[in-house]
Design a protein. Sequence first.
Length: 149
Amino acid sequence: MNSVVRALRDEDVPAAIDILVAGALGDTDDDANHPEWYVPAVAATRAEGGEILVVELDGEVVGVCQVIVFTHLQHRGAKCAEVESVHVRADLRSRGFGEQLMRAAESWARDRGCYRLQLTSNVARHDAHRFYERMGYSASHKGFKKSLR
């Protein structure tokens, strides 16, 4: 099996959204039948200095993450990266694809001058927390979210 991490292409959007929907903990309004809804988000992520990365296995997208870059007010205005929506297809988890994806996100952010890569993870995702800790991430902060809908 040959895998590679690369930037998402427009034709990858339905597969990436399928992976996100399958990994969602609750109801989601995402729909892979409407890739046109997501292409502008990909373009905006890139316009703001970020990227959507995918893991491709033998020509098929099997994992995805979004890397967002922002200028931090702290650290003398240095760039910081945040990784979001990290998902690997359920039938291929625990085979190293998540690690490959996260290592690529780290390298990608480092190459763009980011001093830190951070993430949040749903409190119910105990396996993901063990994965991130194994990857060297520490649960140093408590995150909060509020829906504005």
